[in-house]
Ligand binder design. Structure first.
Ligand SMILES: Cc1ncc(COP(=O)(O)O)c(C=O)c1O
Length: 474
């Protein structure tokens, strides 16, 4: 019998062992260093004969698990990082167990469930779904969704300029202009990938002291443009400070100028889940295309992004994949014609589990709780000696820096401070830059974080600063 067959005969015991390791990891996550000090791995050799899953799991537990980060836990505040709830994790495990390939309709309910869950998410965000509203597809993340956004507006530009860019190419495309103030790096990468150029956009001025676009500057730039096809990339939640743009005013301008509006709401779209914050993202329903992520604030395991558009025909023109062996008469949506990937995970299942298990109120509570925690840390920082906020806390992101005296706010000093804080193992922060000032960001988007974590984070800030100033004095 092959090792695979032997293993499968032992499946319940293997899954039980994996379950135990997973539960131990998660229940210990709050007590372990948030970032692992060990980041290198002993050389791995391909064995001629495999050891079987039981031994592989033993090695995982001993050699790998201790050196993983605590990103699933309450004090990993780098980037914008979600965790995994019980429901989303169970859904994710089952995704692997049932191993469906939802892009291929006609053999299961997976494509139909994918469609239904996208509708549930649209409902969660207060967006119209279906024929006269939005529709779309899951993606690998916000980068994947921004790539679909760029693919759609490239297709739209092509139609306006009487060009079939998907078939004939876009390398010499001209007659269009893209406008943005604070595009996320992934949006620019997406533009590069569709052949429109990472740098090929008009940089619109920001409001004074803000990351958000000046609507007056956009109005002037659109009016001055002679391009036949205009695209505006706006943001609902900008990554350094969590700032929001005035989407209604931007949508008015787009309407007047016949411009395409793409909104990157990778995390900020979740503001719409709470009546306390929904106003920040008002107007997003007027966009032509929208990016968001489930692996951020919905706390679904990686990878899970979402792309929505009002122009499914453009998406399907850009993403169509045809081959005789792929043909089907099934009426369910063919996600193969909406996605970058051909084969893909059944991403809808962890989302469905989450939405069913926790409902609208559960997501609203999580969003509000994490925003309250961000506000609390922001308040502490304003009264803490040796630190200052670099921007007001608008949603779930706290951007701040150390204050060492007039001449000591250099980038290197801030980086050293952040590393000293992270070295405490109690919190993990990543850098942030705003208005030319280097600092560090704490982004709250994990369901696990509790008020007492703010005490631990505040202690880590004190300890990091103390260790740095002591080092400097030595
Ligand atoms: C506004 C925005 N867009 C895009 C991204 C990229 O997200 P992902 O890593 O899921 O591609 C991020 C990540 O933080 C983001 O904040």
């Amino acid at each position: 019998m092959s090792v695979m067959h032997e293993d499968n005969a032992d499946l319940p015991a293997i899954l039980e062992a994996a379950r135990r390791i997973a539960v131990d990891f998660r229940s210990g996550v709050a007590g372990r260093p948030v970032a692992s000090p060990v980041t290198t791995v002993a050389e791995q050799r391909l064995p001629e004969r495999g050891v079987g899953s039981v031994q592989a799991l033993e090695r995982f537990e001993k050699e790998i698990a201790p050196h993983l980060s605590g990103s699933v836990g309450p004090r990993y505040l780098g980037y914008v990082t979600g965790g995994a709830t019980a429901a989303s994790l169970a859904g994710d495990w089952l995704t692997g167990a049932v191993d469906q390939n939802p892009p291929s309709p006609g053999d299961s309910i997976a494509p139909a469930l994918t469609h239904e869950t996208i509708g549930m998410l649209a409902d969660l965000f207060g967006l119209p779904f279906g024929k006269d509203g939005f529709d779309g597809t899951y993606t690998s993340g916000a980068l994947g969704a921004n790539l679909l956004g760029a693919s759609c507006y490239r297709e739209w530009i092509g139609r306006k300029l009487s060009r079939n860019v998907t078939h004939d190419g876009a390398m010499d495309l001209s007659g269009f202009e893209v406008f943005s103030a604070s595009p996320h790096a992934t949006m620019l990468k997406a533009q590069g990938m569709v052949g429109m150029g990472r740098r090929n956009y008009t940089s619109v001025s920001r409001l004074p002291g803000r990351e958000a676009m000046s609507v007056d500057a956009l109005a002037a730039a659109l009016a001055a443009s002679t391009a036949r096809a205009k695209v505006v990339i706006a943001s609902a939640g900008i990554v350094s400070t969590g700032d929001f743009e005035d989407l209604n005013a931007i949508a008015d301008l787009c309407e007047n100028h016949g411009a395409w509006l793409h909104v990157d709401g990778a995390f900020g779209l979740f503001a719409r889940c709470s009546p306390r914050f929904a106003e920040l993202a008002a107007g997003v329903e007027r966009a032509d295309s929208i990016t968001t992520d489930c692996h951020k604030w919905l706390n679904v395991p990686y990878d899970s992004g979402l792309f929505l558009t009002r122009h499914l025909d453009l998406l399907e023109d850009a993403m169509r994949l045809t081959a005789p062996y792929l043909e089907t008469d099934d009426p369910a949506p063919s996600y193969i014609n909406r996605s970058v990937e051909s084969s893909q995970r059944f991403r809808a299942l962890p989302v469905w589990m989450t939405l069913l298990a926790y409902g609208r109120a559960g997501v609203r509570d999580m969003v509000e709780r994490t925003c309250d925690l961000a506000a609390e840390l922001g308040d502490r920082i304003t009264t803490m000696q040796g630190y200052e906020l670099l921007a007001p806390v608008r949603l779930n992101i706290v951007l701040f820096r150390g204050v060492f005296g007039e001449d000591e706010t250099s980038n290197a000093r801030q980086k050293a401070l952040m590393e000293a804080i992270n070295a405490t193992g109690r919190v993990f922060l990543t850098p942030g830059l705003f208005d030319g000032k280097q600092g560090m960001r704490a982004a709250f988007s994990n369901w696990m974080t509790q008020p007492h974590d703010i005490d631990i984070i505040a202690d880590a800030l004190e300890a990091g600063r103390y260790s740095l100033t002591r080092e400097g004095a030595a």
